[in-house]
Design a protein around this ligand. Structure first.
Ligand SMILES: Cc1cc2nc3c(=O)[nH]c(=O)nc-3n(C[C@H](O)[C@H](O)[C@H](O)COP(=O)(O)O)c2cc1C
Length: 233
């Protein structure tokens, strides 16, 4: 995680609050044509993800995950993409968090990658399913010790009395599992894999004549059949 490198607002020069109505970026001329697209949205995502990394974007794997409860009330938050291949897009979280509870009621989900410096965004719409415990455990073992303890210490999305309460829970766990000791993956924590129904690639262009090319799945996910349609910007 790169979070330690994030700039704190207190360290930035002070300035007036900017007026969002006067902010207007001019997007580039080069677009994306149907003939440029890879056969599968996973390969196309891979190309753009690589472009985002090569361009030096901060956390190009950060995506906005939107879920909705059984009544259709939406909620969004940023989450890190941890894997993708032809089976789907994987992220890790607490299964009892708000998003976890909503996904248990309603598996429909949207993932949005906001690659603003490239005037690009990718939107994946699909359904989320928990991954297997083995896959979760394998990923959990790769996390830094402190993050492993954090996953145990935090009852994500539940109100807590104070910051102290959180830090006390962490310290107790740190005493029980000192550095170097194997920490098991919490049963309430794990991965989701999102199987896409559509994947849209958006490229900003001049005069708001943006390119929007959307892959729509045809048939079962295993069939790997996609139709591409162009959407009006
Ligand atoms: C850059 C960034 C990355 C994040 N990555 C994750 C993540 O991978 N998993 C996660 O559960 N929360 C992550 N969070 C925190 C979530 O945005 C959110 O606060 C948390 O998951 C609780 O969401 P919920 O109450 O809607 O379920 C991240 C936040 C930011 C800003």
């Amino acid at each position: 995680m790169l979070q330690d490198e994030a700039v704190h607002p207190a360290d930035m020069p002070s300035a007036d609050t900017p007026d969002p109505s006067s902010m207007r970026a001019h997007y580039r001329a080069e677009g994306i044509a149907e003939s440029d697209l890879a056969a599968s949205p996973y390969d196309q995502f891979g190309r753009w993800f690589k472009d985002a990394a090569v361009a030096g974007l901060h956390e190009p794997n950060a995506m906005v995950v939107s879920t909705a409860d059984a009544a259709g009330r939406p909620s969004s938050r940023t989450v890190l993409l941890k894997a993708f291949d032809e089976r789907g897009f994987v992220f890790f979280t607490n299964y009892t968090s708000r998003k976890g509870r909503e996904l248990a009621e309603n598996p429909h989900v949207s993932l949005l990658f906001p690659w603003h410096p490239l005037a690009r965004q990718v939107i994946v719409i699909g359904t989320a399913e928990r991954i297997g415990r083995d896959e979760t455990a394998a990923y959990f073992r790769t996390r830094p010790h402190g993050s492993q303890l954090g996953a145990w210490a935090s009852e994500q999305s539940a109100p807590i009395a104070s910051r102290d309460e959180l830090e006390r829970a962490y310290e107790e766990l740190a005493a029980r599992y000192p550095e170097g000791e194997q920490v098991p993956a919490p049963p309430h924590w794990g991965g989701y894999r999102v199987t896409p129904e559509t994947v849209e690639f958006w490229q900003g262009r001049l005069n708001r004549l943006h390119d929007r090319l959307r892959y729509a799945r045809e048939g079962a996910p295993e069939a790997g059949q996609w139709r591409v349609e162009r959407l009006a910007p």
